[in-house]
Structures are given as structure tokens and as C-alpha cells.
Design a protein around this ligand. Structure first.
Ligand code: PLP
Length: 393
């Protein structure tokens, strides 16, 4: 049986397979069993912020002399080192990290923490958004997905786009009921094709949250660790998150991990009681991968962030010169690139043609989504753009 046949027989897939069998991934390229080399603008959907197979991280995983497992209620030095590093990297007063295995678990934990801290039940989120596949995360996500399962959280309200100054009236009206435990969103909404909220909206949201005792949860599972040109996308705005969710690039793709980080004040009230036990949360292998990946990001920050700016500008220029069927809306923040083609069928046709041509990308509705790694060279960007040009006809 071929891999495809076995996959079809034994593998449960919530989303259709793309049709590519991978045998190797290196730097900005993915290699198929078909012998083809693919330019990777997909970046594992935001996981691979440093490119694939970073030697320092691979070595750390292989060489470390570590326990095979540490029971969560023991002390373990690398946990404290990673938590200290996250507190250093995270914005504002965020200081206490909780261990998770990924983004969905981090979102669930953030919702649990907010409801416990405030004693309130309702959650405000953004219509159409994606926060993971667990029931709580789905309940705060796109309403149309909820047709197939019961919405577990009572009283989830959704804000429609655009997120501008006018939208603050609705936010004020809802939050002043003091029934909402939290507002949760991505600060730059990559999962809706890189939607950039207005600065005035974000500053107003932050103010209203503080005035009404509503917690502000920033889900930075995909925006975190440099993706938008800042360490965290929350830093683009004048905001002060109470809880921040992390995942994906936290290990640069080398092991499963997530985290939430919160303030001392919130931790003092809920810590020790909230539970959030996670058997594999911050497994020693993942912690070693994360420590090396984040220290690499920290010590190469200037070089990497300069390169993000360089390729970001290059993408903007090159995309503006492509003849799409209709004029697209291009939304770029750092290494998060959304090209809204205003036609979902056209977007998926481009993605399919690009795959055939040797270029990997994602789509979100009618938008093409590129999440290149921060070490991608201009040469590779040009190579991918040439393949894109062939795929948009
Ligand atoms: C913003 C956001 N939150 C949560 C998740 C879920 O993360 P995971 O797939 O690690 O459960 C994702 C994944 O795409 C995400 O982009």
C-alpha cells in the first residue's frame, strides 16, 4: 500500500490532505517523496519561524542529558528557566507561565482562568475567528462552524469586522453589563487573513476592559515570537493583556508545546486551585527545544527582525506587481502576509496550482496566507513569487 492509500484507510482527517508526501524539510524548503523541492511560504502555518532543521535546536534535542519525564508537581530547573525567559519576552506585567501542550489547550486554560478570576461566564470574541479545535475554543470561534455541535459556553458574543473606533460603542455596551469574564482575540488576526485592527479600537478596548473588570486575553498562538515584526503582536498597540496564549513557534516546530502567561495579581487569586494539570505540558524534550529556539530568537533578534522587514517590503512590492484576476486587498504585518483575492474559489485554485508548480501556501477564506520563516533570503522570496505568478493566471 502506498502512503496515500494507508492514510486514506487508517488516518482520521478533519481537513482534506493537500496531496504532498513530505520526506525532508530544510531551511525554507520542503522536499516531497515525488523528488520535488517546494518553496515554503506556508511555514507549517506559523510554526516554523526560524526555518526548518535549525542545527542548534536539533543538537539540543539529541544531546541533552535529561530525565525522560518529570511529573508536573515536582520541581525542574529548566521549567523555571523557560518561565523566566517567557516573562522577559512577554509584554507588560505578564509574569507567571502555565504549562500547556499547544494552542487549543492554552486557549481553554485562558478561558478557565478568566471565568474563575472574575466569577463571570460570558466571553466576547471576534466573529469568524479561529482559536483551536477544542469545544471552548470552537465556541468562541466562527459561529457558522457551530452548526455541527452544541456551543458549550453560554453567552458567547461576537464582534463583526471591521474593528474600528465606531465598534467601541458596542464593546462598551456589552462590557458595561459586567457579565463578561474576558475579551479574547488575536491582536493581528492572522486566521482571518491578517486583519489589522485600528489602533484606536485596540486602545479603547484595553481601556473599557480595565474600567469594567473584564480580562483582556490576547491569543498569540500564531502571532507570537516575532511573526508580525515585534516579539508579540500586542506590542503594536497600546494595550496591557491580562493573559497571553502562546504555542506554535514556541519551539520553532521541534516539539509540541504551549503556554499561557498571566499577571502576578491573577495568579495570586487562582493559582494553586485552578488545576490546569497537563501530563505532557512542557515535557523535558520540548523545554530544551523551546529554550534553544527562544534564546536563538532573542540573541539574533536584530538580524532576524531586520530580515523580516526586508522580506516584508519585498513581498509588498512584488505582490503589487502581480496581475491577479481582480485587484486584491493586500494586508501585511511583518512576516504575516494576507492577499485577499475576494473570491474563495480563485484562492483555492491558486493554492492548488501553486502546489503543482512547487510553492506551498495556506488560504483563509478568499485570502492567500503566507507565513515565511524569518531567515528566508530575498532569493527564495523571488523564487516563490515567480511560481506564484504562474499560478494566478
Ligand atoms: C490563534 C490560534 N489559537 C489557537 C490555535 C490552536 O493551536 P494548536 O493547533 O496548537 O492547538 C491556533 C492554531 O492555528 C491559532 O492560530
Amino acid at each position: 500500500m502506498t502512503t496515500k492509500e494507508k492514510d486514506e484507510k487508517y488516518f482520521g482527517r478533519g481537513n482534506p490532505a493537500m496531496g504532498l508526501e513530505v520526506v525532508k524539510a530544510e531551511g525554507s524548503y520542503v522536499y516531497g517523496a515525488d523528488g520535488k523541492k517546494y518553496v515554503d511560504f506556508l511555514g507549517g502555518a506559523g510554526v516554523g519561524n526560524l526555518g526548518w532543521g535549525v542545527k542548534e535546536i536539533e543538537d539540543a534535542i539529541r544531546n541533552s542529558d535529561r530525565p525522560s519525564y518529570v511529573y508536573p508537581n515536582f520541581y525542574y530547573k529548566p521549567w523555571t528557566e523557560l518561565a523566566e525567559l517567557l516573562a522577559e519576552l512577554a509584554p507588560g506585567k505578564l509574569q507567571k507561565s502555565y504549562r500547556m501542550t499547544g494552542g487549543s489547550e492554552a486557549v481553554e486554560a485562558a478561558l478557565e482562568m478568566a471565568t474563575m478570576f472574575t466569577g463571570r461566564k460570558k466571553i466576547l470574541s471576534v466573529e469568524g475567528s479561529y482559536h483551536g479545535n477544542t469545544m471552548g475554543a470552537l465556541s468562541i470561534g466562527a459561529s457558522k462552524k457551530q452548526k455541527n455541535f452544541p456551543n458549550l459556553l453560554d453567552g458567547c458574543e461576537k464582534l463583526e469586522l471591521p474593528l474600528n473606533e465606531e465598534k467601541l460603542q458596542q464593546v462598551e455596551k456589552l462590557l458595561s453589563t459586567k457579565e463578561f469574564a474576558a475579551v479574547i482575540m488575536e491582536p493581528i488576526i492572522i486566521n482571518l487573513g491578517v486583519i489589522i485592527p485600528e489602533g484606536k479600537f485596540m486602545a479603547g478596548l484595553n481601556r473599557i476592559c480595565k474600567e469594567t473588570g473584564t480580562l483582556l486575553i490576547m491569543d498569540e498562538a500564531i502571532t507570537g515570537f516575532g511573526r508580525t515584526g515585534k516579539m508579540f503582536a500586542s506590542e503594536h498597540f497600546n494595550i496591557d493583556p491580562d493573559i497571553l496564549c502562546m504555542a506554535k513557534a514556541i519551539t520553532a516546530g521541534h516539539a509540541a508545546m504551549g503556554a499561557i502567561i498571566t499577571t502576578q495579581e491573577i495568579d495570586e487569586k487562582v493559582g494553586g486551585e485552578i488545576g490546569l494539570y497537563s501530563s505532557y505540558g512542557w515535557h523535558p524534550v520540548a523545554v530544551d527545544a523551546s529554550l534553544v529556539a527562544l534564546n536563538f530568537l532573542k540573541s539574533n533578534k536584530n538580524r532576524l527582525f531586520q530580515n523580516i522587514e526586508k522580506i516584508s517590503n519585498l513581498f509588498r512590492k512584488e505582490i503589487s506587481e502581480i496581475n491577479f484576476r481582480k485587484d486584491p486587498e493586500v494586508r501585511i504585518k511583518g512576516a504575516a502576509i494576507g492577499i485577499d483575492l475576494k473570491d474563495e474559489d480563485y484562492a483555492s485554485e491558486v493554492k492548488t496550482k501553486a502546489l503543482k508548480a512547487g510553492l506551498l501556501m495556506n488560504t483563509e477564506g478568499s485570502s492567500l496566507l503566507f507565513l515565511p520563516n524569518f531567515q528566508m533570503t530575498e532569493k527564495t522570496v523571488h523564487e516563490g513569487i515567480d511560481l506564484l505568478k504562474q499560478s494566478v493566471l
